[in-house]
Design a protein around this ligand. Structure first.
Ligand code: 13P
Length: 248
């Protein structure tokens, strides 16, 4: 179902003490008009699960597609489900780049998440060179088509997409509201072509990449932007509060 979401990707940050402080601060956010999803590292899932305000959702940053077995260091979708995880980020550009994750591997993760009732937040986005070559729409389109080619409209009902231009992640360079809107509209059209009109109308598409207190409202105001996936700014309570309140 299409809804407004602000998701915090804490990445490899915080410890039990600093996470506790931030979680206590999050509890002071009242009457959020969007769903707030907190995605901590695996080591902080348990703390977050017990401390998270009841109207917030818990997310994970990664999953292994296999149900169980000899995969040292990995975590399965059923283990996440066991921790009451509702969302899981997949296809993040940092995992594509540093861990050589392919579209096919990401598709396996999505399959495993869906069969465990966990909503994938599928990240896609182009790098700076592709943007400068004006190939950004075809780049994102092929990431989506390659990943979801074997899925049906029924399978993808719960999937959330996050458009995260790589050149905007952690750089302070943000896509303009118009650049975000252009890509989000394109993503919705690709989704319509693949899965039909209803699926496209129901898809939530988040923007990520240096989304901060001072630019969130203008990006979230665009008609095809349904919220944000927030990195650095989600670690700062005051900044994150403003972003959550900008999403309505
Ligand atoms: P920043 O908000 O730090 O640019 O990170 C965005 C991101 O990668 C969220 O997944």
């Amino acid at each position: 179902m299409r809804k407004k979401i602000v998701a915090a990707n804490w990445k490899m940050n915080l410890n039990q003490s600093t996470a506790n402080t931030l979680l206590e601060g999050l509890a002071t956010i009242e009457n959020a008009a969007c769903e707030v999803v907190i995605c901590p590292s695996f080591t902080l899932l348990s703390t977050a699960q017990s401390k998270l305000p009841s109207n917030f959702s818990l997310g994970a940053q990664n999953v292994h597609p296999a149900p169980e077995g000899a995969f040292t260091g990995e975590v399965s979708a059923s283990m996440l489900k066991d921790m009451k995880v509702k969302y899981c980020i997949v296809g993040h550009s940092e995992r594509r780049e540093y861990f050589a994750e392919t579209d096919a591997f990401i598709a396996e993760k999505i399959k495993s998440l869906l069969s465990n009732g966990i909503t994938p937040i599928f990240c896609c986005g182009e790098n700076l060179q592709i943007r400068q070559n004006n190939s950004h729409q075809s780049c994102v389109e092929s990431q989506i088509r390659n990943t979801f080619s074997l899925f049906t409209a029924k399978d993808i009902e719960s999937v959330v997409i996050a458009y995260e231009p790589v050149w905007a992640i952690g750089t302070g360079m943000t896509a303009s509201p118009e650049q975000a809107e252009e890509m989000h509209l394109h993503i919705r059209q690709v989704w319509k072509d693949m899965f039909g009109e209803t699926a496209a109308a129901q898809l939530s598409i988040l923007y990520g990449g240096s989304c901060k207190a001072d630019n969130a409202a203008s990006i979230f105001a665009m008609p095809n932007v349904d919220g944000g996936l927030i990195g650095g700014a989600s670690l700062k309570l005051d900044e994150f509060k403003v972003i959550v309140n900008a999403c309505k």
